[in-house]
Design a protein around this ligand. Structure first.
Ligand SMILES: [Zn+2]
Ligand SMILES: [Zn+2]
Length: 292
């Protein structure tokens, strides 16, 4: 064989290798939406008027037995949700708004943005802005406490910017639990209201033209009982974990153990961003149809 022929074969091989590598790097979804119902106890949510969520449940994958971290409180649990770590590693031990204290570890948003992805963060409580560490967000704002205000701001942003990784937080459901009790009629009305807000987000994703390339991870920071939460009781620790969208196995029941920090890992895995080795969280890959 001549030298020229060898060169041609080597170039052909190289081209094939590069082509294969590029093809396998296509993410399972280009847009991931993490939706958190504050205080979203499955035993209450299952009993609420939530037609949007129930429609997504029918088409998606679900476990009502996912677990949050202890203590089952808002800031510590949301930090786990977004850092892929338990509190022992992320070291957020407080639950109040303490602007002088900083989060010292990376988040799924920081990791996604490092890869050039567009990130957006819409909490219903200011204190969650702790998670918006420097250089991690293209956009982070608390539009207000009410679910409809948060959804309206997020929807407008989604249509205009088509972010790759977005967090939206419905806070009111927790406040109504504290005021009127978990499972009270008032709290159930709050969940129904937050379901309309979820509908607004779903419509925005359709309007943005990215519905075919999106996955929603719908979950909660903790549950609750009577007028409180924070304990290690099952009512406080158990959370929903619902997947809907591209490549999600329809009607699939998630049988593996899911913890709140698996949310961050699953989001990165879907977006084809490497999961940091130090994380406790794992991607829940069995709930998706993955290419061979
Ligand atoms: Zn909470
Ligand atoms: Zn609370």
């Amino acid at each position: 064989m001549t030298h020229k022929k060898y060169t041609r074969i080597i170039f052909a091989l190289l081209f094939t290798m590069i082509w294969t590598a590029a093809a396998s790097a296509v993410p399972l979804a280009s847009h991931v939406f993490i939706i958190s119902y504050d205080g979203g106890a499955p035993y209450v949510m299952k009993d609420c008027d939530m037609p949007v969520l129930k429609g997504m449940l029918d088409q998606g994958a679900c476990t009502w037995e996912a677990q949050t971290i202890f203590p089952s409180v808002t800031l510590i649990a949301h930090t786990s949700m977004m850092t892929g770590m338990g509190p022992a590693k992320h070291k957020v031990t407080w639950n109040g708004d303490e602007p002088d204290k900083k989060l010292e570890v990376t988040t799924c948003f920081a990791e996604a943005r490092k890869k050039g992805l567009h990130t957006a963060f819409f909490p219903g409580k200011d204190k969650l802005l702790l998670i918006a560490i420097p250089d991690s967000m293209d956009h982070a704002e608390c539009p207000g406490y009410e679910s409809d205000k948060v959804a309206a701001a997020a929807a407008e942003y989604i249509v205009a910017n088509k972010p790759n990784l977005t967090f939206v937080h419905f806070a009111e459901t927790d406040g109504l639990g504290h005021k009127r009790g978990w499972g009270s009629d008032e709290q159930k009305a709050g969940f129904a209201n937050a379901d309309k807000a979820l509908g607004v987000l779903k419509e925005a994703v359709e309007k943005a033209g990215i519905a075919d390339d999106s996955v929603f991870i719908i979950t909660a920071d903790h549950g609750g009982h009577k007028n409180t939460h924070g304990s290690n009781k099952p009512e406080d620790m158990t959370i929903p974990w619902i997947l809907w969208g591209k490549n999600v196995k329809p009607g699939h029941t998630i049988s593996e153990d899911v913890t709140v920090y698996d949310t961050a890992a699953t989001a990165l895995w879907l977006l084809d961003v490497e999961i940091p080795e130090s994380w406790d969280g794992k991607a829940i890959t069995n709930a998706f149809n993955t290419p061979e």
